[in-house]
Design a protein around this ligand. Structure first.
Ligand SMILES: [Zn+2]
Length: 337
């Protein structure tokens, strides 16, 4: 439906830009007019592609023009740097045409805030990126939003960078002292890590891996509803990896625990960093192999098989659960074609 609306909008854009171009440029030659129309069409097609591919449907397995560095290369200028500024766990941002963007170096010069340590994250499209924590009042003209509100409103690499910044700040704040002997830690020389000068314990930022799986049976998919989710939304099954488990074992265990069925044919599709607060979601498709649905009462309110053309309310296109669902719908449609 969204795609249809976009095409309709694109049609309108073409119609009106062509008309406007025709009127405004009636004094110029046919060749120039053709070039002008071509430029407008290309610009609209580019923004359309960004809107469909860039903002919503990109799997984070695609490269994203970000170079990770713990320390800035000596040649790197910070004049146009972006600061992912966190205040009380919220991202401070300026708005550009209604779209949040990180605080610039210039913005920062005018802000009257207590600022913590800068953490260099790396370089995005040539621009230095820092994580930074601030304390105090958010200056007028800026907004402090929770990270979740950036999802789907900014280009995906920017959302993941903001998530990276928040996780680095949280980790920095919770590892000021050694967890083993209590001595104040120091930054590692080369890695993003904290080192204890007393007992040599090294601590890296912690990531919590979890699995997310779409179970399928012929042309149907198994979706479940958590009692706490909004609007009766159904989604894929998910759960955290336990120590000592392989990722594949987690998939089998979680599905058996949550809905009581057995699986075969596991297939890994991709992953999504999910910084709420520090997950990495590893996405699978799995085939039903046996058992009847028995819901784990503490977690699952309802679980059912759904046909691809009769789906309930499902997650938005910004979440890996939706990409797993959409991928399966594409497979079924391809089989039917
Ligand atoms: Zn120690």
């Amino acid at each position: 439906m969204l795609a249809v609306l976009r095409l309709f909008f694109y049609g309108l854009c073409c119609h009106y830009t062509a008309r406007a171009g025709g009127r405004r440029h009636h004094h110029i030659g046919a060749w120039s007019r053709f070039q002008w129309h071509l430029a407008v069409h290309l610009a609209v097609v580019r923004s359309l592609l960004q809107a469909t591919k860039g903002y919503e449907l990109m799997w984070p397995t695609d490269p994203d023009e970000f170079e990770s560095h713990v320390k800035a290369p000596a040649s790197q200028s910070h004049e146009d740097a972006w600061y992912f500024l966190s205040v009380d766990g919220q991202m401070v941002c300026a708005a550009e045409h209604g779209v949040p963007r990180p605080v610039s170096r210039d913005d920062l010069r005018w802000m009257d805030m207590d600022l913590g340590d800068e953490h260099f994250l790396g370089i995005y499209r040539g621009r230095s990126c820092f994580a930074l924590e601030g304390k105090g009042q958010i200056p007028e003209g800026y907004a402090a939003d929770n990270l979740f509100s950036w999802l789907g409103r900014v280009e995906p690499p920017l959302f993941y960078l903001a998530g990276r910044a928040q996780q680095v700040i949280d980790w920095h704040n919770s590892h000021r002292f050694c967890g083993r002997c209590g001595t104040a830690t120091a930054d590692h020389d080369a890695d993003r890590a904290k080192v204890c000068p007393e007992c040599s314990l090294v601590c890296y930022p912690r990531i919590a891996p979890s699995i997310i799986v779409l179970v399928t049976r012929e042309d149907e998919m198994l979706l479940a509803r958590n009692a706490n989710w909004p609007n009766g939304m159904f989604s894929t099954l998910a759960g955290f990896v336990e120590v000592g488990e392989s990722i594949e074992q987690t998939v089998h265990r979680e599905v058996a625990e949550e809905v009581g069925i057995q699986l075969g044919g596991l297939r890994y599709l991709g992953s999504q960093s999910w910084p709420f607060p520090n997950s990495l979601m590893l996405g699978f498709h799995a085939e039903y192999a046996g058992g009847d649905i028995v819901c784990q009462q503490s977690e699952i309110a309802e679980a059912r098989w759904f046909k691809v053309d009769d789906l309930p309310n499902i997650p938005p296109a910004t979440a890996i659960s939706r990409w797993l669902i959409d991928d399966f719908i594409d497979q079924v449609n391809a089989r039917r074609a």
